[in-house]
Design a protein. Structure first.
Length: 224
């Protein structure tokens, strides 16, 4: 019995020593150090918004009746308003034209109002080209010039840089007829109605006024 107690005491002593050694050798967990550094701040500069600049200055060419052929300088202060002014040619003489166009949506439907003038020119050469060499000069065609005004509706196609358009509507034309007295005198002499002492005098040139349908095609290229 005494021997059994000695063995139990020895076994308990060994177990106690092993437990103490294991506790001593166990690593001690350390709490992580707190990060006390202030958070970094990053400043972001927003990029400026990109805006498409609308070109305002351009060139326009068009052809039609009674306008003839035209070359104009364009000024477009806004997308819905356009003004133009330039020179004209109608195979007889040179002229001038100016106008304004309203384009409510920047493209598509448009309203154009214009006014122009053609200086006096001799149309006998043009008449001879169409009628042939047998055509005889007519005094009434020696001075052909007229004023006109257009009121046109149209359609505008294209982008901010290039625009193609079709316009049509009504035009008012005012023209003076020159050399009427000379023509009457020649007609009277050729028909034997007038003698050598007969003189025809027209104190004021007759004026012709008319409203007529009109149309034209044009192209615009904006430069700046």
């Amino acid at each position: 019995m005494r021997t059994t107690r000695v063995l139990l005491s020895s076994l308990l002593a060994v177990l106690f020593s092993s437990a103490v050694s294991a506790q001593t050798l166990a690593p001690t967990a350390t709490a992580p150090e707190a990060n006390t550094a202030p958070p970094e701040t990053v400043s972001v500069t927003p990029e400026p918004a990109k805006t498409d600049t609308l070109p305002t200055i351009g060139l326009m060419v068009d052809a039609g009746l009674p306008d003839g052929m035209n070359g104009s300088l364009i000024f477009r202060p806004t997308s819905w308003l356009r003004t133009h002014a330039g020179g004209s040619y109608n195979l007889i003489s040179s002229g001038l034209r100016a106008g304004v166009a309203l384009i409510p949506f920047g493209s598509g439907p448009s309203l154009t109002l214009e006014g122009g003038h053609y200086f006096d020119g001799n149309a006998n050469g043009l008449a001879k080209k169409f009628a042939g060499a047998s055509f005889k000069d007519n005094a009434l065609l020696e001075r052909i010039g007229y004023d006109y005004a257009n009121a046109h509706l149209g359609l505008e196609f294209g982008s901010q840089r290039v625009t193609f358009y079709i316009h049509g509507g009504m035009s008012y034309i005012r023209a003076s007829v020159h050399n009427v007295d000379q023509v009457v005198q020649q007609q009277a002499a050729s028909s034997g109605l007038g003698g050598s002492d007969t003189t025809v005098s027209v104190k004021q040139d007759p004026v012709i006024k008319a409203w007529t349908p009109s149309a034209k095609l044009g192209l615009i290229v904006y430069l700046w």
